[in-house]
Design a protein around this ligand. Sequence first.
Ligand code: ZN
Length: 409
Amino acid sequence: MKALTGGVLIDGTGRDPIPNASVVIGDDGRITEAGALARLPLDAEVHDVGGRTIMPGLMDAHVHFMLAGEQDFESVFLKQTLEYMAIKATVSARNLLEAGFTTVRDVGAPGRLALSLRDAVNAGLVPGPRILAAGRIITATSGHVDLLPPGVSRVDGTAGRIADGPAEILRAVREQVKVGADLIKFCATGGVMDPQLAPDVSEYSAEEVQTLITEAHKMKKPVAAHVHGAEGAKIAIRAGVDTIEHGTMLDEETVQLMREAGTVLVPTLTPSHQVRQQGDAANLPAHVMEKFAVTSAAHAQSLTMAIEAGVLLALGTDAGTPFYPHGLNAIELQLMVQGGLSPMATIVAATSGAAKALRVDDCTGSLVPGKLADLLVVDGDPLTDIALLQDQSRLHAILQGGRAYKDLL
Ligand SMILES: [Zn+2]
């Protein structure tokens, strides 16, 4: 049993910070007590964290382990071997944990890349956050992540699992379930990083989307939809989708539908920011830059509408996309605050909000009795300076399930 004592507790539920608080962690890695405690258990190993903040480990609902921030992402998709990607992904997993991310969700990778990484982390083979993985991304012919030019095939497959029509969609969902996917990811609209559909074009009919979501839910798997345009969003929300990823071009009707249905928005603000930071040096294909211009122009307004409507939010980054290697994920918190969300609501989106979206809120996402001690001890106050979470030298301790990955206490 150990106890962290004397810190300011931000427990991840959204309640006010508790000064001079303690967190007691049992030998099973679960929190037994948290708050302003009158006394600590006599047998606890006590660590004084006075002047520091105790908060839940960060969570990211949208990463891609197949990518590691490469500028030339097209050659990764078309030429990089699955084996190379897997080696790369083990490095990314360690980088995520060192950045204070104790749980992440991979929303699409070729083969069984992210599923195998999840299993390797769970087996203690490599350090990394707890991983939930979608397997491959279900998408229509000509849709987002239909990556290969006509007539070209890749021996080990791509992240896109092409499926058209209800029968193929059923098979595609069942394939992901068979290989152990934690959720189903599909593309409701076109995307940015491919030359095909415009981001506001819907890929699937309402019937196709309903088939996909009904089958996934029957299998007890939540569904994440890649969405830019409002029409594709509405089709997915009306069919019962669990999370809207990106949601760059939402309208008022869409955010109201989301609020009523309890659909979670995962905004992924950082990729366009990272590309903008590069300026001309980005040197991405012209069609990608054109699509970035369209989606990023609408993105800020979409987020504002969602915040004002009271839509549930979960932090997600799209880490792995160009100039965004895994480990820089905490930039997203700063961009959410700049986008109008309060620092506390941003931390909730990055902890208990993400835990609910990922359906792991029974075991993590907040520092309350019974939950696993996935937590950070941070130098300073992230509520007054959210950017400090990007500085790894200020992450004093990183605990995962009560076990110290980094512990300078
Ligand atoms: Zn993505």
